[in-house]
Ligand binder design. Structure first.
Ligand code: MN
Length: 252
């Protein structure tokens, strides 16, 4: 079995190394990951300049691009054949609710799924990895790889996994929740009197939605959310029929 491991925290991340190490007990692991931290680049693909991939250790590649670039390069260029599975993580920090669309970790799994491969993303609720806090996430990832390979994943579906820091109470099947980001732009002045801005302030919380990924982590549960590549909103699709979009065709 061939497994591609990637992340968005960069090839030197302890989370990535711990994940690759535990998954190597199941099969042949290739690591293709950004050469530096590329968190929050979402699903970005590099098209305006060439990419470099340096094999820093056997089967470990540092790429001068995004997590999505890494999945593409791994599958189309660096791996000896198509992998059986792509795992992204272990991310330093959760990817819950609205984080998903910003997350390079989650979007690497999205990219693999778009390429027709089973995939999941794993994130740990911590700001600093230790071998102790990584252990539940690595063990769960290993079990989930076995489960995914046994059952397969429905077409266009991948999993977003979040693991609490410390003892885990249970494993919950969840739905994407809703984050509150609060005051998210900090404005300051540089030493030459020019303003600068910093996006991403303190997180103030999340909506209390039973069954959501955010709630699961609050309960010290491992959260597993099935996500889809197709973003069509089936629930509201019919509501838009009353807009009679075709009447907008007269564009003169
Ligand atoms: Mn990250």
């Amino acid at each position: 079995m061939l497994i591609l491991v990637t992340n968005d925290d960069g090839v030197r991340s302890h989370g990535l190394r711990a994940l690759a190490s535990v998954l190597s007990e199941l099969g042949d692991v290739y690591v293709v990951a950004p050469d530096r931290n590329r968190s929050a680049v979402g699903h970005a693909l590099t098209l305006d300049h060439p990419l470099r991939a340096e094999e820093i250790k056997p089967q470990v590649f540092a790429v001068s691009g995004t997590p999505t670039d890494c999945v593409n390069l791994g599958i189309h260029g660096l791996l000896p054949r198509k992998p059986d599975l792509v795992v992204s993580g272990i991310n330093c920090g959760t990817n819950l609710g609205d984080d998903i669309s910003y997350s390079g970790t989650v979007c690497a799994a999205l990219e693999a799924t778009l390429m027709g491969l089973p995939s999941f993303a794993v994130s740990l609720d911590t700001t600093r990895f230790t071998s102790e806090n990584l252990a539940p996430a690595t063990t769960f990832s290993k079990k989930l790889v076995t489960m995914v390979l046994k059952n397969g994943l429905p077409e266009g579906t991948f999993l977003n996994v979040n693991v609490p820091c410390g003892p885990c109470s249970q494993v919950l099947l969840t739905k994407q929740g809703k984050r509150h980001y609060g005051e998210s732009v900090v404005t300051k002045e540089d030493p030459r009197g020019r303003k600068y801005y910093w996006i991403g302030g303190s997180e103030v919380g999340f909506e209390d939605i039973p069954g959501s990924d955010c709630n699961a982590l609050q309960q010290d549960a491992i959260s597993v959310t099935p996500l889809r590549t197709n973003m069509t909103n089936e629930l509201t699709y019919n509501d838009f029929k009353s807009w009679s979009l075709d009447t907008m065709l007269d564009l003169d």
